[in-house]
Write a protein that binds this ligand. Structure first.
Ligand code: NAP
Length: 505
């Protein structure tokens, strides 16, 4: 794993005032002349203006991607050459590490340590797929006698890649790297709130030698150009990360032309702490599990179940450490929890907490909007622990997407599994126990795509990431993602000396 040292401070700004669309290898202003303004959620200040794509621009991007795929050279390159370009993308990203970190912080309000980790992972995604693609190939299959059968993995074609605001660069890397490794052409639609790093990634792809039209980046409204991409007949696949309701809408629309679809959606991930757990590790892991990225993570462990005989000890440590979490300047190394993405999200979080209080829940930490000193105009919410809840409450059932965790006691393994699985989602989950047999037994019974056993982290390049149930389908970040950007072609040949005459005529 790479470690990238960084001593960036807020004063050494690298950001530009204006960012362009990237279509067919060109940086351009949108045809409508409209722009998106992006704001720093920590301060409420304007960060930059970004060209806003219209349907006309989306049409140009689709045509460019289509042309580069149908008639271009990228998919024809020897695989080693594509791998070389992916490694070059990673190298340029590394050389522009500070810029990417700064933009990610300014656009999202996330803390320095979170942004550094995510930019590092985005770089490593390109390196991972540069390696993985070399081993991605078809098979030779057993067939009778004088037949011969082999399969080829062919790139699927033109892929629309729709990105959320919570991990803008990392989600873009999760999608762009495997797609172009296989030989696809892509149109990236970043979230309107956070388009900057995806644009810079598009520029870097060009600089690294990705041919024009293979990577296009078009910020713009989801309901307008996002939807346009989904419905367009010349788009072969949609890879979407975002909320479950929009995922359902996309799946319905993509079915019209039977586009390939992968959906990485929301979650309400459980974390189960057994009495035989290392309590300190479980406390620290649970803090990270919910408060990392200000709780704005699809796999945030937002439902915490603690076995009754250690409940008091666990909670006293968990509450005490939650109250010590630092909010404030996201560029400060000492800041643990960054800002909330915008006023709407802040109000949503607050609404959930207030409704839980009205329903009789108890707040053990946080519970309010807040204003760290010097950041009064930004969007902030206190790290919040809620107890005295039940599974009928919205705060337990629905994804809040903020620094809010609900905590319940459980009696035994059976009850813990039942509670953990009592959700429409199935993305992440965690088990804390020193008993390996128990941890394995429980991991096997949890209906979720990811189980973290005594581990605060959900994924590294190479580990599959994706959901069960209404958390979506398809796996990113792993070898099998390459298959999701490929079609398998079966070639069956006959080499017998006698001509075949199956109809006997
Ligand atoms: P969102 O509102 O669903 O938006 C996601 C993306 O879809 C944005 O680019 C948005 O564009 C676009 N979009 C909106 N409406 C669309 C439409 N009708 N057709 C096509 N595209 C459309 O989600 P978000 O609020 O940005 O992100 C938070 C959600 O993402 C959470 O639910 C979280 O759990 C989920 N998430 C899941 C994963 C995972 O791997 N499972 C990872 C990260 C996040 P605009 O920005 O212009 O609206």
């Amino acid at each position: 794993m790479t470690t990238v040292k960084d001593d960036k401070t807020e004063k050494e700004t690298i950001k530009r005032e204006f960012y362009h669309l990237i279509i067919d290898g060109e940086k351009m202003k949108g045809s409508s002349g409209e722009t998106i303004k992006t704001y720093n959620p920590a301060t409420g200040e304007l960060v930059a203006e970004v060209a806003k794509a219209s349907k006309e621009d989306a049409e140009k991007a689709i045509a460019a991607a289509r042309h580069s795929f149908d008639h271009g050279k990228w998919k024809m390159y020897p695989v080693g050459r594509r791998a070389q370009v992916l490694n070059k993308i990673a190298a340029i990203m590394r050389s522009r590490f500070n810029e990417l970190v700064e933009l990610e912080i300014l656009d999202t309000g996330k803390s320095l340590h979170a942004a550094q980790g995510q930019v590092t992972q985005a770089i490593e995604d390109f390196e991972f797929y540069a390696g993985a693609i070399v081993g991605h190939r078809g098979t030779v299959n057993n067939v009778p006698g004088q037949f011969h059968n082999y399969t080829e993995k062919e790139p699927i074609g033109v892929c629309a890649q729709i990105i959320p605001w919570n991990y803008p660069l990392m989600m873009a890397a999760w999608k762009v790297a495997p797609a172009i490794a296989v030989g696809c052409s892509v149109i990236v639609k970043p979230a309107s709130l956070t388009p900057l790093t995806a644009i810079v990634l598009g520029e870097i792809c060009l600089e690294a030698g990705v041919p024009a039209g293979v990577v296009n980046v078009i910020p713009g409204s989801g309901s307008d150009i996002g939807n346009y991409l989904v419905e367009h007949s010349q788009v072969d696949k949609v890879a979407f990360t975002g909320s479950t309701p929009i995922g359902k809408d996309i799946m319905g629309k993509a079915s019209e032309s039977l586009k390939r679809v992968t959906l990485e959606l929301g979650g309400k991930s459980p974390s189960i702490v057994f009495s035989d757990a290392d309590i300190d590790a479980a406390v620290d892991g649970s803090l990270f599990g919910i408060f990392y990225n200000s709780g704005q993570s699809c796999e945030a462990r937002s439902r915490l179940y603690v076995q009754e005989d250690i409940y008091d000890e666990f909670m006293s440590k968990f509450v005490e450490k939650t109250k010590r979490l630092q909010l404030g300047n996201p560029f400060d190394k000492g800041t643990h929890v960054g800002a909330i993405i915008d006023q709407t999200q802040l109000d949503t979080i607050n609404g959930y907490v207030q409704s839980a209080i009205k329903d009789g829940a108890e707040i053990l930490a946080g519970g309010h909007k807040c204003s760290p000193k010097g950041y009064e105009k930004g969007f902030w919410f206190e790290p919040t622990i809620i107890t005295n809840v039940n599974h009928d409450m919205n705060v337990v059932k629905e994804e809040i997407f903020g620094p809010v965790v609900v905590v319940m006691k459980f009696k035994d393994e059976k009850e813990a599994i039942k509670l953990a699985n009592d959700t429409t989602f199935g993305l992440g989950s965690a088990v804390w126990s020193k008993d390996g047999a128990r941890a394995t037994r429980v991991a096997n019974q949890i209906k979720a795509g990811i189980v973290m056993v005594n581990c605060p982290f959900s994924a590294f390049p190479g580990t599959p990431f994706g959901g069960y149930k209404q958390s979506g389908f398809g796996r990113e970040l792993c070898i099998e993602t390459l298959d999701l950007y490929s079609e398998t072609k079966s070639i069956l040949s006959y080499y017998g000396s006698r001509p075949l005459n199956p109809l006997g005529l």
